[in-house]
Design a protein around this ligand. Structure first.
Ligand code: PMV
Length: 332
C-alpha cells in the first residue's frame, strides 16, 4: 500500500478566471494570471487501501475531524475516480485533507485543495507526472484555478493563451518581485454561491461580452506591470479587474452578491492608503474577503490599519510562494 502527502498553496488571481467555454473539459473563456501564496496551504495525504470504497477525512487546522464542504466532498470522490482511471488502477483510496486557512470563503481553498490532492493521489498511484501534466489533471478536478496552484511565483493559465487545454505556466518566479498579500477576512463562513455556479451564471450577464473585449489589454498591462515591477500600473489593472468580476457576478441571472458591508469598508481604506502614498491595492475572488496586495515596504503599516477596520475578523499576512511539493509528514 502506497501513501503520499503533498502540500499546495492557495493563489490569488490578478486576472480572473470567470466563466467556461466548455464546462466538461474545464476550458476557461479567458487566460487568468495569479500569484501563488506561501502560507495559506492545503495538505493532502492519499493512501491506497484494501476494499472497494474510498474514504475521505477532513481535518480542521488543529487536526480534529471537521465537516466537509459538500461540493468539495463530492468533487474529491469524482477526482479520485478520475485519477484511478488515469493510472489504470483499481484500489480504493483513503484521503485526509486539511487547510490552514478559512475554507470556501474566496481564499482559493479549492485551488490549493485540489492541487494537493492531485499530486498526492498521483504519488500514491505511482504515476510520475511532470508539472504540466499535474496542472492539466488538477484542472480536471473542476477547480480550474487548481491548475495554477501547482506552480509557484506568478502563473498564467492556460499558459498558451490560444489553447484552452494548455497547462498553467510560470511567467515570473517568486524571487522576481516579493509582493505581499494581506488577506482581510470579513467572513470565515463558506460562500453561498459556489465558484462552479458562478462560472455558469457569468455567461448570463449582459456585460460578459464587454468584459471579454477588455481582457486581453488588461492582462497585458498586468504582465507588463509584473515585468517592470511597476506597482502603480499593477494596482490600476488589478482593481479594475476585481470590480469587473463582481460587476459580472452582480449582473448575472440570477445575480450573485459576494460582497458584504465590510468588504466596501476595506476597499475604501485601501484607496485612502494609496492616495496617502502607500503601495497597496485590492482584489477580491468569489467571496467577501479582500486580498490587499502590497510591497514589503508598506506591508507592516497596511497590516496595522487593516486589522483595526470595523468588521474585520482577521488579517492573514501572506506572500508569494513556491511550487506544490511532496512532504514526508503524513496526516494519516
Ligand atoms: O477554480 P474555481 O472554479 O474555484 O474558480 C475560481 C474563480 C475565481 O477565484 C473567482 C477567479 C480565479 O481565477 O481564481
Amino acid at each position: 500500500m502506497a501513501k503520499c502527502t503533498a502540500v499546495a498553496a492557495a493563489n490569488i488571481a490578478l486576472i480572473k478566471y470567470w466563466g467556461m467555454q466548455d464546462a466538461d473539459r474545464v476550458w476557461p473563456t479567458n487566460p487568468s494570471i495569479s500569484m501563488t501564496l506561501r502560507h495559506c496551504v492545503s495538505r493532502s495525504t492519499v493512501e491506497t487501501i484494501a476494499g472497494n470504497e474510498d474514504e475521505v477525512l477532513y481535518l480542521s487546522d488543529d487536526g480534529v475531524p471537521a465537516p466537509a464542504d459538500a461540493e468539495f466532498a463530492a468533487g474529491v470522490l469524482r477526482h479520485l475516480q478520475r485519477m484511478r482511471v488515469l493510472a489504470d488502477r483499481r484500489e480504493a483510496m483513503r484521503v485526509a485533507t486539511v487547510n490552514n486557512f478559512p475554507t470556501g470563503a474566496g481564499i482559493a481553498s479549492s485551488a490549493s485543495g485540489f492541487a494537493a490532492l492531485t499530486m498526492a493521489a498521483a504519488g500514491a498511484l505511482e504515476l510520475q507526472p511532470d508539472a504540466p501534466q499535474l496542472s492539466r489533471w488538477a484542472r480536471m478536478s473542476g477547480s480550474g484555478s487548481a491548475a495554477r496552484s501547482i506552480l509557484g511565483g506568478f502563473v498564467q493559465w492556460p499558459g498558451d493563451a490560444g489553447d484552452p487545454d494548455a497547462p498553467a505556466q510560470r511567467i515570473f518566479d517568486r524571487g522576481h518581485w516579493p509582493l505581499r498579500d494581506l488577506i482581510v477576512v470579513v467572513d470565515r463562513e463558506p460562500k453561498e454561491v459556489s465558484s462552479r455556479e458562478g462560472h455558469r451564471r457569468a455567461l448570463t450577464s449582459p456585460y460578459y461580452s464587454v468584459r471579454q473585449t477588455l481582457l486581453p489589454r488588461r492582462a497585458e498591462r498586468v504582465r507588463q506591470a509584473l515585468a517592470t515591477r511597476d506597482f502603480r500600473q499593477l494596482a490600476e489593472a488589478v482593481e479594475e479587474e476585481a470590480i469587473d468580476l463582481h460587476l459580472i457576478a452582480m449582473s448575472s441571472r440570477p445575480p450573485t452578491f459576494y460582497w458584504q458591508a465590510p468588504t466596501l469598508t476595506v476597499l475604501h481604506a485601501v484607496r485612502q492608503l494609496r492616495e496617502g502614498g502607500m503601495e497597496v491595492c485590492a482584489t477580491i475572488d468569489a467571496g467577501p474577503n479582500v486580498h490587499v496586495l502590497c510591497t514589503p515596504r508598506d506591508a507592516d503599516r497596511a497590516f496595522d490599519v487593516l486589522c483595526d477596520l470595523p468588521g474585520v475578523v482577521q488579517v492573514i499576512a501572506d506572500e508569494v510562494g513556491s511550487d506544490a511539493h511532496y512532504d514526508r509528514s503524513h496526516l494519516i
